[in-house]
Design a binder for this molecule. Structure first.
Ligand code: IDP
Ligand code: MG
Length: 138
């Protein structure tokens, strides 16, 4: 059984797309086991995106993800990481197929509506940043 962290990013929340995104993710058959709305501070944003700290877009990305509230979710189920990445589509919405979350809702490569963990290892680390065990339901 796998878990994956999903973030509904500011661009999606601001446009009233949270429900549509959660609905698409639930339709995969994965189980929603944790959820919270929060406004990330710079420290947590930098930790969450630490792997990108040397990228040219890092500062802009941290500014964006801390610009307004987000919703953090944990989904659980068989192949959760892969299934969520597939449902989201690739990073750049202009390269994402219609029917994927990013293809339908993403604005550009930065404002791409959702985050999903890219491996089971990063999922474990990312979930730990946002939730304690008591906040994750069976
Ligand atoms: P992912 O979200 O599909 O895993 P990553 O490469 O891990 O993509 O990048 C993390 C986030 O950084 C992306 O979701 C997007 O918001 C932002 N990002 C990625 N590449 C660029 C870029 O070239 N310019 C601006 N922002 C980017
Ligand atoms: Mg990534």
């Amino acid at each position: 059984m796998q878990r994956s962290l999903v973030l509904i990013k500011p661009d999606a929340l601001e446009r009233g797309l949270a429900g549509a995104i959660i609905s698409r993710l639930e339709k995969t058959g994965l189980k929603l086991v944790a959820a919270k709305m929060l406004h990330l501070d710079k420290t947590l944003a930098q930790r969450h995106y630490a792997v990108h700290k040397d990228k040219p877009f890092f500062e802009s990305l941290v500014g964006y993800i801390t610009s307004a509230p987000i919703i953090a979710l944990v989904f659980e189920g068989d192949k959760a990481v892969e299934l969520i990445r597939k449902t989201m589509g690739p990073t750049d919405p202009s390269k994402a197929e219609a029917g994927t979350i990013r293809g339908d809702f993403g604005l550009d490569i930065e404002h791409n509506s959702v985050h999903g963990s890219d491996s089971t290892e990063t999922a474990t680390e990312e979930i730990r940043l946002f939730f304690n065990e008591a906040e994750i339901f069976a």
